[in-house]
Design a protein around this ligand. Structure first.
Ligand SMILES: Nc1ncnc2c1ncn2[C@@H]1O[C@H](COP(=O)(O)OP(=O)(O)OP(=O)(O)O)[C@@H](O)[C@H]1O
Length: 256
């Protein structure tokens, strides 16, 4: 069964149609790539899924529940987490503190309950801390855990940005160009982490990526957008042999 169902989603900004009646299904546990030329609507689709934008028409269902009108934090608490294309971390805070903040929607004890049930809140804090430490181990960032994020290399900041999303223990992880601006070694590391997240945590992943080698290697299914329309959907082999996709995107990429 599809963990995420996109049905007839249209998104307009005034006269611009960013998404035009797009439909696809993302299966539980798969790596699903969204590709297409610049301005095709990929980030807009991710924004509709995470709740930053609300579609003008159509429905988005997560585990059978229509989530169109839910705010981003509500979707996060349902298990949808996002790592941004432009890193959205607090540069002056440590890696650990950024990851703890990434987990805050999972934290139940508010200020009031902290006062009344101090013990319970403290136990909860310890448990959250343990989960965050697991993410730190998993991404092999122990030695930078206390360092302010703003002082780290770009590649490490991208890894921490993914860690912030992972700290939520998401069921669906949205990755917007996780390898943009990375060198080859950093890209290989990131690809390995994505495969490990998929295999060890069984997380469903939606990935926007321009590196076609990475997309074809990692993805179970691929959806191709062009001018807001879905022009192709299938396995990597099907997409590589789809004439419409070759004409609109892959031909151009290969030539470039
Ligand atoms: N907030 C906005 N206001 C107005 N137009 C927008 C907004 N966000 C996106 N658009 C427009 O919607 C279209 C799709 O943009 P989007 O950023 O989703 O494309 P993309 O496929 O992610 O591109 P890229 O690969 O360059 O990141 C573009 O024409 C863009 O200008």
């Amino acid at each position: 069964m599809g963990v995420l169902e996109i049905k007839d989603v249209t998104l307009r900004f005034g006269g611009v149609v960013a998404l035009d009646h797009v439909s696809f299904t993302v299966n539980k546990g798969e790596i699903f790539a969204l590709i297409g030329p610049n301005g095709a609507g990929k980030t807009s689709m991710l924004n509709c899924i995470s709740g930053l934008y609300q579609p003008s028409e159509g429905t988005i269902s997560f585990n059978g529940q229509v989530i169109n009108h839910l705010k981003p934090h509500k979707r996060a608490s349902l298990g949808i987490a996002r790592a941004f294309q432009n890193i959205e971390l607090f540069p002056h805070l440590s890696v650990l503190d950024n990851l703890m903040l990434g987990r805050h929607v999972r934290m139940k004890s508010g200020l009031l309950s902290c006062g009344i049930y101090w013990g319970k809140a403290q136990r909860e804090e310890v448990e959250h801390r343990r989960k965050v430490e697991d993410v730190i181990d998993f991404l092999e960032i122990e030695d930078i855990r206390d360092i302010p994020v703003g002082t780290l290399s770009y590649g490490l900041q991208k890894r921490v940005e993914m860690g912030r999303a992972l700290a939520l223990e998401p069921e669906l992880l949205l990755l917007d160009e996780p390898m943009a601006g990375m060198n080859n070694e950093e890209k290989e590391d990131m690809a390995r982490y994505i495969i490990d997240i998929h295999e060890e945590m069984k997380t469903t992943i939606i990935l926007i990526e321009h590196d076609m080698g990475v997309v074809m290697d990692l993805s179970d299914h691929i959806a191709v957008l062009d001018f807001g329309k879905l022009i192709g959907y299938g396995t990597p082999t099907e997409i590589q042999n789809n004439p419409k996709v070759i004409e609109a995107y892959l031909g151009e990429e290969q030539a470039g």
